[in-house]
Design a protein around this ligand. Structure first.
Ligand SMILES: NC(=O)c1ccc[n+]([C@@H]2O[C@H](COP(=O)([O-])OP(=O)(O)OC[C@H]3O[C@@H](n4cnc5c(N)ncnc54)[C@H](O)[C@@H]3O)[C@@H](O)[C@H]2O)c1
Length: 246
């Protein structure tokens, strides 16, 4: 990909997969803005990311708040002159079996993982439409395709993301905007750090590569889907799961 001069906005960019994606795009010479919840966390991450090749900046915002989303998109365009690639990567879990799930657990996960992606996309895509180009990438999950015990809210959101990805690919293609999703399997980040060791071992066993993913594996998939090499790829949900689901 010719990343130099491309501007990438990554939600949830302070940790895990989003942080790895920031490094990947910076190493390729892109301008990167990371968006995350906590201002100090953003400041720390931006300072740590200064050492890479591209230009880095950051903004504290909650993807569920439309005015902050608008501010973040404007900040990115003011800072670097365009918004070429949006990575809707921020996500949370709040697990419980359906009979025990609190309404707040449902609402929080749907708000961040589904509404946040809708808001970010709506605001960013209207600017990409003016530019007549853009790439939007969404973080789905393997559980969107197969369900998962204890994750009614998360599965609903991630399945919704798959549907939105295909819908937006159809709606926005005429403006030269491609929209794709990645569906990671089990990836070593804070999100899964409390998972019991026997579950991790079981995941490794089930994967045909007998491994679990690194954040960089998903970052590389984002990078490919954002690149010119993927210019004819839109509306797809790319599994990045070591064959966990085949
Ligand atoms: N780790 C996995 O195994 C796995 C598997 C499948 C899918 N995913 C998806 O990949 C994405 C990244 O996951 P991760 O494992 O790197 O997670 P993570 O918990 O390490 O990082 C998520 C980031 O999102 C930020 N965030 C949370 N709520 C936010 C909000 N309202 N506004 C802005 N930022 C917010 C967090 O502060 C954090 O920096 C998520 O969408 C997740 O659902 C992860």
């Amino acid at each position: 990909m010719k990343s130099a001069n491309k501007t990438v906005l990554i939600t949830g960019g302070c940790h895990g997969i989003g942080y790895a994606a920031a490094i990947k795009f910076l190493n390729e010479g892109a301008n990167v803005v990371i968006l995350d919840l906590d201002p100090q966390d953003v400041q720390r991450a931006v300072a740590d990311l200064e050492e890479y090749q591209g230009e880095i900046d950051g903004i504290a915002a909650d993807v569920t708040d439309k005015s902050l989303v608008e501010e973040a998109v404007e900040f990115t365009i003011d800072r670097f002159g365009s918004l070429d690639i949006l990575i809707n990567n921020a996500g949370i879990t709040a697990d419980a079996q359906v009979l025990k799930m609190e309404e707040a657990q449902w609402d929080n996960v749907i708000d961040v993982n589904l509404k946040g992606v809708f808001l970010m996309t709506q605001v960013a895509a209207s600017r990409m439409k003016e530019q007549k180009s853009g790439v939007i990438l969404n973080a789905s999950s393997v559980v969107s395709l197969y369900g998962n015990f204890g994750q009614t809210n998360y599965v609903a959101a991630k399945s919704g993301i798959n549907g939105m990805t295909k819908t937006w690919a159809k709606e926005l293609g005429r403006y030269n905007i491609r929209v794709n999703a990645v569906a990671p399997g089990f990836v070593k980040t804070d999100m899964v750090k409390d998972m019991p060791q026997e579950v991790v071992s079981m995941m490794k066993e089930k994967s045909v590569l007998h491994d679990i993913g690194d954040p960089e594996d998903v970052a590389n998939a984002y990078f490919f889907l954002a690149s010119e090499e993927a210019r004819f790829v839109t509306g797809t949900v790319l599994s990045v799961d070591g064959g966990l689901t085949i």
